[in-house]
Write a protein that binds this ligand. Structure first.
Ligand SMILES: Cc1cc2nc3c(=O)[nH]c(=O)nc-3n(C[C@H](O)[C@H](O)[C@H](O)COP(=O)(O)OP(=O)(O)OC[C@H]3O[C@@H](n4cnc5c(N)ncnc54)[C@H](O)[C@@H]3O)c2cc1C
Length: 421
């Protein structure tokens, strides 16, 4: 056990581990990456692992482009394995109003120099034969999209950080962040205290618990998301494009010879993590396969394989949602040295390489942090919310918790509208 660090990162999911990696990579920063469970073992490895480039704002498109380049060179740069496939994706409209959204997507994609083109329903079927053209009124091919193995990102970044001098402390529960005179002085853990002037709360579903233990309130809600992986199927190739059915908010991609698919729920289940027992792990979260069955029925005309295929794995995780669809990334001005990396809105793993690097720059160079956030916001001092990504195609039901009650500790600083199709 160590007693001192320059930066303590709480949580070794994609966001925390990436931040620790980019801090360690800079050299000269003593980084400690703590996790109350095994490294990278909670929500991050349960994600779908899709990279969706057609975000709502220029900032987010630039960040996701930066992130996918880092994913492509991950093995060489970080020195850890990461399997990824440049598959592209097909965004499918079944209603006229969604076709209008696709037209706007096309314009935005072209402005952002993305590889986007409108295609016919038959062409979409040719590109991915599991997608039937029935009832498809418009389709957009997004050539830049891709997918990766979600289980390799957080652990890879953590190991990469360790190789660059960071201290990894799995199974080390942070019970409070110590604050004196408005400044972070360290953390208390089940294994003893660590003194540090900077702490990053990247505790995923537990972000609020960590912050609230020190009197800091943060407006995000842990939300269940679920997916299915099927047994191998004839005709599945790894390079088949991802399919996204807009109104149903269903996504499908190849996975180990079968298909991985899920749905961004209209009315997802929210959790108060404080109600779970202390040793709770995300793998113990209650699942509801009725949600997936309903989604498969909803797209039965376009994706009949979803209902027909044999399920090999049914899993879920608890990403954090924010009311405006923005990530929560950056310092809280209330307490010097307290940073957040959370509010991922079901899209945090793919962008974690870019956010981790940006946050590392912010911590080390503040207030002069430049790339990659500066082009959008001018001086970043005091800003804490960064343009984010909510699930495509659906508005989230925001619980009362977020509509009233909570006072965001972070400076509002909303840069751009959130990502909502
Ligand atoms: C079904 C599903 C599909 C998804 N699909 C995608 C996708 O296609 N693309 C995409 O980009 N994202 C996707 N996501 C979202 C993605 O998984 C999340 O955005 C991302 O993994 C969040 O990472 P995190 O680091 O915030 O959280 P986590 O991975 O949960 O990490 C947080 C860590 O903090 C630790 N911790 C908590 N409290 C403490 C404490 N007190 N002390 C020490 N450690 C603590 C936890 O043990 C945990 O390891 C999906 C998620 C799900 C569930």
């Amino acid at each position: 056990m160590i007693s001192d660090a320059d930066v303590v990162v709480i949580g070794s999911g994609g966001l925390g581990a990436a931040t620790a990696y980019y801090l360690a990579k800079r050299g000269g920063v003593r980084v400690a990456l703590l996790d109350k469970h095994d490294l990278g073992s909670q929500t991050s490895p349960r994600a779908a692992g899709m990279v969706s480039c057609l975000r709502k704002s220029g900032l987010m498109i630039e960040l996701i482009k930066d992130a996918y380049r880092k994913i492509e060179t991950f093995s060489d740069d970080v020195g850890q394995p990461l399997a990824w496939v440049h598959s592209g994706s097909l965004k499918i409209a079944r209603r006229p109003q969604d076709a209008e959204v696709l037209a706007a997507d096309l314009e935005r994609g072209r402005r952002a120099v993305l590889d986007v083109e409108p295609i016919s329903a038959d062409e979409a079927h040719r590109l991915n034969p599991f997608l039937r053209p029935t009832g498809v009124v418009a389709a957009l091919r997004v050539g830049d999209d891709r997918y990766f193995d979600p289980a390799q990102v957080a652990v890879g970044f953590a190991r990469g950080a360790e190789a660059r001098g960071a201290t990894l402390l799995p199974r080390t529960d942070v019970t409070a962040v110590d604050i004196e005179g408005g400044e972070v002085t360290g953390v208390r853990t089940g294994r003893g205290p660590i003194r540090a002037p900077v702490v990053v709360d990247a505790a995923g579903a537990w972000t609020r618990q960590v912050a609230e233990a020190s009197g800091i309130r943060v407006p995000l809600v842990p939300t269940r998301q679920q997916l299915v992986v099927t047994e191998p199927l004839d005709g599945v190739r790894a390079d088949l494009p991802i399919v996204r059915a807009m109104d149903a908010a269903v996504y499908v991609r190849p996975c180990d010879g079968g298909l991985l698919w899920g749905v961004y729920e209209d009315e997802p289940r929210f959790f108060d993590m404080a109600e779970f027992p202390p040793g709770f792990e995300i793998k113990d979260m209650p699942l509801d396969n009725g949600v997936l069955r309903g989604a498969a029925e909803e797209v039965a005309a376009q994706l009949p394989i979803l209902a027909a295929a044999t399920v090999r794995e049914f899993r879920g995780g608890i990403p954090t949602m924010t009311a405006d669809g923005q990530h929560i990334l950056g310092p809280t001005p209330a307490v010097a040295g307290f940073f957040f990396a959370s509010g991922c809105n079901v899209a945090g793993l793919s962008i974690s390489p870019a956010l981790g690097e940006a946050l590392a720059a912010w911590i080390v160079e503040r207030p002069a942090a430049a790339r990659p956030l500066a082009p959008l916001g001018g001086p970043l001092r005091g800003r804490a919310l960064v343009g984010g990504a909510a699930p495509e195609g659906r508005r989230l039901a925001v619980p009362a918790l977020l509509r009233g009650g909570l006072t965001p500790p972070v400076v509002p600083g909303r840069l751009e509208p959130g990502y909502r199709g």
